[in-house]
Design a protein around this ligand. Structure first.
Ligand code: PNS
Length: 157
């Protein structure tokens, strides 16, 4: 299970999903369809799912699904053995450590695992990309081309 808000998916997310698909037999990308610490999303869950599906179409063992419940419940519904998350910097650790403890308490049988971000993506975040798009910055190499144009349309001031 590779969970996230993916608003929008970045090339860093795609790298983690691709690497997870090489380690695990089967990968479900879970797209959160409830606001998590964020009031609104730029893209609907359906749009976020579609952006990811377009990028993982060549990976035979990856499915993309929205979810509306607790991550561990959704993981169970999909018979997931592990939750896979990407870690960029030490700043990610505190939040992920908290999530890890909460998820472990609810579902000790589902192991959370972490893949280190590739160096070229270690600075990359969906929120940073949205800020760049708002001010007309170049999104090349940060998000898929289709996402870049839709994001610029949606956010350009
Ligand atoms: O950083 P993100 O992409 O917004 O992370 C989303 C998610 C679901 C991976 C993160 O919030 C998490 O690990 N949540 C665990 C707690 C939970 O199940 N919350 C309710 C569903 S969002």
């Amino acid at each position: 299970m590779c969970p996230g808000s993916y608003d929008p998916v970045t090339l860093g997310h795609i790298d983690i999903i691709t690497r997870a698909s090489e380690v695990f037999d089967s990968v479900v990308v879970g797209v959160v369809n409830v606001p998590v610490r964020k009031a609104t999303t730029v893209f609907s869950a359906e749009e976020r799912v579609a952006f990811i599906e377009a990028e993982v179409a060549d990976l035979g063992n990856v499915q993309v699904k929205p979810f509306y419940n607790l991550l561990v419940e959704f993981a169970r519904e999909n018979d997931a053995k592990a939750i896979v998350k990407g870690l960029r910097a030490i700043s990610d650790f505190e939040y992920e450590f908290e999530m890890n403890q909460l998820n472990r308490k609810m579902a000790p049988d589902i192991e959370s695992t972490y893949l280190m971000a590739a160096p070229q993506f270690s600075f990359l975040s969906s929120s940073g990309v949205k800020e760049l798009a708002t001010f007309g910055g170049d999104l090349t190499g940060l998000v898929p081309a289709a996402v870049a144009s839709r994001l610029q349309e949606a956010l350009k001031r």
